[in-house]
Ligand binder design. Structure first.
Ligand SMILES: NC(=O)c1ccc[n+]([C@@H]2O[C@H](COP(=O)([O-])OP(=O)(O)OC[C@H]3O[C@@H](n4cnc5c(N)ncnc54)[C@H](O)[C@@H]3O)[C@@H](O)[C@H]2O)c1
Length: 304
């Protein structure tokens, strides 16, 4: 396949680009580097804004995978992330519709669900509670508007990603922040009572889910990508402390408007794309720690 990936220098985009190239696919990597990172850039990266892509740039791609975004939920209340993301998403959907590329896969987020109880099937109502999530919901809706207008064989699909972690993730996200603090035998800052449930997927498992989707000829219009298991932030903190052999929890006030629970219902993914077992959380955390802080671990991965 020839794929064009936006956000290809990002946490998920760089891992997906690597995995697809290793599997022998041709990937055109695009990123404007508006999110700084020490991560290695993919070879041949085109440094450009999604909003500069023309239909001609997409012509000939079997699939365009759109991961580029400014993804911080709290920051989206204070910055122009909503305008930035929705402008890029709308521009890319329009360019795709006028191109000869066959498929467009859009990265959405569990944040579009908002506050619900229990595992979230794709049919749960969208109820976004942040500018970031509202932008993702608007993009999903725009995809629904364009979908029936595309010619035969052409598709726009949405993957709703749940929380993904791994060694290359930005240090401000909860898993790396906890791992770094615990490795330094410091304080793991926990907002609220720690009862917020999150569905945590290791980057290798997320990459496997996305490549499994891309390997199919026909894509589901919307599918959840997550592990299907819930872990509270307090359980995560305890697990990190066990894995790293240090650290303690410090509680700070809850974040206003934070969603209490995100757990993916993964039935649809398993039924259509096939079951993909996820690595046990403790083992995935230990691997992430070993890769982030090699000096902290023995060769077997145990903390020194
Ligand atoms: N990481 C997660 O847990 C998670 C969860 C749910 C959804 N998502 C979604 O998955 C996608 C990838 O997330 P990530 O964790 O890799 O984020 P990331 O911040 O690591 O990467 C995003 C990349 O997009 C680039 N970018 C932003 N705006 C751009 C633009 N207009 N043109 C070109 N490049 C641009 C940034 O420079 C960055 O390299 C995003 O759409 C995000 O909303 C991520």
């Amino acid at each position: 396949m020839h794929l064009l990936i936006t956000g290809a220098a990002g946490f998920i985009g760089s891992a997906l680009t690597r995995a697809l190239r290793t599997a022998g696919h041709t990937v055109t990597a695009v990123d404007d580097l508006s999110v700084e990172s020490p991560r290695a850039r993919p070879d041949g990266l085109q440094v450009r804004d999604v909003r500069s892509l023309t239909p001609h740039d997409l012509d000939g791609a079997d699939t365009v995978v759109h991961l580029a975004a400014h993804k911080s939920v709290p920051a989206s209340f204070l910055t122009d992330a909503f305008e930035h993301n929705t402008a890029a998403d709308a521009h890319l959907i329009r360019a795709f519709a006028r191109s000869t590329a066959r498929r467009l896969l859009l990265a959405s987020s569990c944040e579009v669900y908002g506050q619900h109880a229990g595992p979230l099937p794709e049919t749960a109502a969208r109820a976004p509670r942040s500018p970031y999530a509202t932008g993702k919901a608007a993009t999903e809706h725009l995809a629904e508007v364009y979908r029936p207008l595309l010619g035969p064989g052409r598709q726009i699909a949405v993957a709703r990603l749940f929380n993904t972690f791994g060694p290359d993730e930005g240090a401000d996200a909860v898993v790396p922040a906890f791992l770094d603090a615990a490795a330094d035998d410091g304080e793991l800052t926990m907002e609220g009572d720690g009862g917020q449930a999150r569905d945590l997927t290791h980057i290798d498992d997320m990459t496997a889910m996305l490549t499994r989707i891309l390997a199919r000829r026909d894509l589901l219009p919307i599918v959840n990508c997550g592990s299907g298991r819930a872990c509270t932030i307090l359980e995560l903190a305890r697990s990190v402390i066990r894995v790293a052999g240090g650290g303690r929890v410090r509680r700070v006030p809850a974040r206003p408007n934070e969603i209490r629970s995100f757990t993916a219902d993964t039935t649809l993914f398993a039924d259509v794309y096939g079951l993909l077992p996820h690595r046990p959380l403790a083992a995935a955390l230990a691997d992430t720690l070993r890769q982030r802080r090699p000096q902290h671990c023995t060769s077997t991965g145990a903390p020194r």
